[in-house]
Design a protein around this ligand. Structure first.
Ligand SMILES: Nc1ncnc2c1ncn2[C@@H]1O[C@H](COP(=O)(O)OP(=O)(O)OP(=O)(O)O)[C@@H](O)[C@H]1O
Ligand SMILES: [Mg+2]
Length: 265
């Protein structure tokens, strides 16, 4: 699942330099620098409260950073209006999905395409998302609020695709889903990347799924990036195996060491 797509280029489509964002006195992310190359799936791994959502909100303009810059396709989009950033080709699938519950599935998808004028392209993309997620075609006339959590996640991802973006930000698609459904959704995310060439930045607590699906990864702890590498290499690192993949037990006392607080620096 993780072979690098042939179309990845070295040009970063997204570049964060020394970004700091805060909620009042709480500095949620500090000195965050990262790049996402065109055509790849990049991931930010981190546990509860590490700052993953804050990174995505800062990129899409929902939060203005106190320091640092965000560049998208070579343009400085730091603290720009979220609507402007969407218009530039960046779609954000927020944590907890946030579909429009009282609109039908189909109307949610139409809303996703509100910035577009190419009606034929919109119709083609609507067919494409129904192929990726056939259940959405079956439920197209139903209110989105009646869908299950997993189906709402599918709809939220599909709505992002309908904007025909260059980059999709995905905030914890596995949240609250069964392992089987999580696997299915990740498989489709990889297909969307490979078949449509859409660049994806995924933040996750589920390190196992994220490392298998992604090409390049960052590890975030307490608002700082403490490690980065290709996902193939991250999967082999002992620290990652122990503390994120839970694969190792700690010797004699049989204690699972990953439960302890761990800092890399
Ligand atoms: N609206 C807010 N007001 C105050 N503090 C906040 C707010 N949102 C987040 N924080 C704090 O900022 C830090 C980073 O939160 P963030 O939501 O970015 O983490 P996360 O990695 O997405 O966590 P999770 O995996 O639980 O979603 C946390 O300490 C959190 O308590
Ligand atoms: Mg979060």
């Amino acid at each position: 699942m993780s072979a690098t797509p042939p179309s990845v280029s070295d040009t970063p489509v997204l570049k964060l330099s020394n970004v700091e964002s805060a909620y009042g006195p709480i500095r949620a992310i500090r000195g965050v620098s990262l790049q996402v190359r065109r055509g790849e799936i990049a991931t930010v791994l981190g546990s509860n409260g590490a700052g993953k959502t804050t990174i995505l909100k800062t990129i899409s303009g929902i939060i203005d950073p106190r320091k640092g810059s965000v560049e998208f396709k070579g343009d400085n989009i730091t603290a720009r209006d979220p609507a402007h950033i969407v218009q530039q080709g960046l779609s954000h699938v927020p944590e907890g999905r946030e579909v429009f519950p009282l609109l039908s599935v189909r109307d949610n998808l139409v809303m996703g395409a509100y910035t577009r004028r190419d009606r034929d392209g919109v119709a083609r993309d609507m067919e494409a998302v129904y192929r990726y997620f056939p259940i959405l075609a079956e439920r197209s006339a139903q209110d989105a609020g009646l869908l299950s959590g997993g189906q709402q996640q599918m709809l939220a991802i599909s709505r992002a695709i309908m904007a025909a973006p260059d980059l999709i930000l995905l905030d914890e698609p596995s949240l609250g889903l069964s392992p089987k459904l999580t696997r299915e959704i990740f498989e489709i995310v990889v297909r969307i990347n490979r078949e449509r060439g859409t660049t994806i930045l995924l933040v996750e607590q589920n390190a196992n799924m994220a490392l298998n699906a992604s090409d390049y990864g960052y590890v975030l702890e307490n608002g700082r990036i403490v490690m980065e590498d290709t996902c193939a290499r991250l999967r082999e690192k002992d620290d990652i195996k122990e503390f994120y993949l839970g694969l190792k037990e700690a010797g004699v006392r049989g204690e699972r060491r990953w439960k302890k607080k761990k800092n890399w620096r």
